[in-house]
Design a protein around this ligand. Sequence first.
Ligand code: FE
Length: 336
Amino acid sequence: MKKFAYITLLFVPLFFSSYASASEVNIYSYRQPFLIEPLTTAFTNKTGIKVNTVYLRKGMIERMKAEGKRSPADVVLTVDISRLSALVEAELTQQVNSDQLSRNVPSKYRDPAGHWFGLTIRARIIYASNERVKNGEIVKYEELADPKWKGRICIRSGLNAYNLALTSAIIHHHGEDYAIEWLKGLKKNLARKPQGNDRAQVKAIWAGECDLSIGNTYYMGKMLKDPEQTDWAKSVNIVFPTFENGGTHVNVSGIGMARFSPNKDNALKLMEFLSSGEAQEIYATANFEYPIAPGTQVDDLVKSWGDFDADAVNLMTIAKLRKRALELTEIVDFDG
Ligand code: FE
């Protein structure tokens, strides 16, 4: 597997550079093939434009910097506002003006300057034991720091991008002093040191180690579809918490046009297609996420988890607070 990845890294760009043409478009993706292939197939069927996708697990920025003006990348595709804004800050994207993209993507889920556009959202929610937590017992993110939950909460590392975005949102709503106290309070309520991924926390609820955990919504779908994890999923209810003066915290999966895109026209066509309601629904359903284009439908399973109002904050604001969120998380030694 490692060897294959290495060979792919080495030769695919050469292949792209030699064959970049009016009938192709190249994607650099942090997202997995099962999510991207249905979309690229639909796009090719519709337009005749061939899509080449490089799947990366890390190092997109380093790679695009090294490739410079010769980079074959036309469209970059990833999750999390922090990753999208890191690409923008590294000056690896370019401005895109498109009425279609502006219509399909609500303004809080895109860069006003057109460097990135969200395609789907996921909420960061509370998984609550359906045996040990009553309905309505916790409804706000702020309450996670309430001593009432002492020794009852499980969470992954505070330095993880998902948690940093949540902490950024706490800073946005309440300021830094409050955010520090919130982090300290939450830390005191932990049943164990932060560890594992979002699903491992739900497993810990199932095992009786804790009663609440924090995780992204789509993991409920993934656990339900995995025979080894179905019981974990069935031991919890999803709670869509809100901020005291806001909605539920969400993050995006999104796209941008690469700064040196060699197939700009096709890149724009692909981006507009990906932003369409039709494509968003395919994409969202494949990963139990939420489409954001006006008039789109949420998958039935995802809908069954309940409705929520997403926080109104523009995700650019969350991205800008990330550095401070990281510093505060370190100051309180959250993982220690
Ligand atoms: Fe994830």
